[in-house]
Design a protein around this ligand. Structure first.
Ligand code: GAL
Length: 378
């Protein structure tokens, strides 16, 4: 009897081990899901729900058109962060040419948060309209009762039409908004940008919202952080209590400092942000910042990468997209970056690296292979 019991336990353990193909992270390598296909969730956003991690991201296809939304937003789930189950397409693009979410539009950096009051899962994403390049600079909203979807597309907006940021001085509101009167780039243009040239240009019709992230604070307030003002300045915007709209309360942060790819996390009451500069799909030096409140003021802390010159110049050949807090481990955070491959976007890979703190600054170091026991040494 004892023998049969032991054999059963052994077989079960073996079966489980076979299912769990990964026991560590290998940043930048091909990463197979439960169906043995490379994970397809770029510009990812992560949500922890019922002790499970969910990874939402841009579903890319092969070839030159692969960066446009031909399918939608994919979602994966995991209990251990190493092994991911493909949960299908959370938000599908439409065939209807009258829908703004028609196939061939651009959907980037989808992020999902859960609203405790409404019990809805709320997805916001960067949305560009079909055949209009990156000029629309909108943010889209979709919601669902189920975490893995299907998500219903609600709307896309240029936020804050007719509303000034709370930290924008009255004295600047009546300055010129004539972008074309400046030579670009030039020191005069840079100064004008810092003082809100594009903010004033877009005041009436709504602000630009490109690369974005969402952050929910411990008090349940949610913030939508996006590259605005022609990618020159970030806006941190409070969402309404149901997370489905902008409350109208927003600030300009790190003005004129050209931040994209924001990712925010909180440790010991302080808010930290990773971001990148503006070089499209090509990597550039990472940036970090700290604040006492999501709406700022934010203080730049410099490049968070520690490594060779090449690694520091390229954020380990990646661009930030999210920071994942590890369930059940104090002060354990994982930086997530994308390695874009624009010639064949479906091949893009992912960088997961542990966030370390040195002199009260978050830093990253390259690791070929690592696992969550890394955090136990703290
Ligand atoms: C990057 C941005 C990506 C994508 C890309 C397009 O700077 O972070 O999300 O928009 O540009 O070139």
């Amino acid at each position: 009897m004892k023998k049969i019991f032991a054999i059963t336990i052994l077989s079960l353990t073996f079966l489980l081990a076979c299912q769990m193909k990964y026991q560590s992270f290998s940043p930048g390598q091909v990463w197979l899901d439960d169906q043995n296909t490379h994970i397809n969730a770029h510009g990812g956003g992560f949500l922890i729900h019922n002790d499970t991690y969910y990874w939402f991201g841009e579903h890319k296809i092969a070839g030159e058109e692969g960066n446009k939304a031909q399918v939608g937003v994919g979602v994966y789930s995991s209990k251990d962060l190493y092994n991911w189950k493909n949960e299908g397409i959370a938000l599908e693009v439409h065939d209807d040419p009258n829908s703004l979410l028609v196939k061939g539009c651009i959907i980037e950096r989808p992020k999902v948060i859960y609203n405790e009051k409404t019990k809805k899962f709320v997805m916001w994403f960067h949305h560009e309209l079909k055949d209009r390049g990156y000029e629309a600079a909108m943010t889209g909203l979709a919601i669902s009762d189920n975490i893995t979807g299907p998500y219903n597309y609600i709307k896309s907006v240029n936020p804050h039409a007719g509303i000034w940021p709370t930290n924008y001085p009255d004295s600047l509101k009546s300055l010129s908004a004539d972008v074309d009167s400046y030579v670009r780039p030039s020191p005069e243009w840079k100064d004008a940008v810092r003082l809100g040239l594009y903010l004033r240009r877009d005041f009436e019709n709504g602000q630009m919202a490109r690369d974005m992230t969402l952050f929910v604070d411990d008090d349940g307030k949610a913030y939508h952080v996006h590259s605005s003002e022609n990618n020159q300045t970030l806006h941190v915007a409070e969402l309404t209590d149901d997370y489905m709209d902008f409350s109208g309360n927003y600030t300009r942060v790190l003005h004129g400092e050209q931040n994209e790819a924001p990712a925010i996390f909180k440790k010991d009451g302080k808010y930290y942000m990773f971001s990148s500069g503006l070089t499209g799909w090509k990597p550039n030096p990472g940036k970090s910042a700290v604040a006492d409140h999501p709406m700022g003021p934010w203080t730049a802390l410099g490049n968070m990468c520690i490594g060779t010159e090449d690694e520091m110049k390229t954020t380990f050949w990646s661009q930030s997209t999210a920071v994942i807090p590890v369930i059940g481990k104090k002060d354990a955070f994982i930086f997530v970056g994308d390695r874009w491959t624009p010639d064949n976007p479906i091949d893009g890979s992912y960088i997961f690296l542990p966030v370390e703190f040195e002199n009260q600054k978050p830093v990253l170091r390259w690791r070929d292979n690592w696992n969550l026991t890394f955090f136990d040494k703290n």
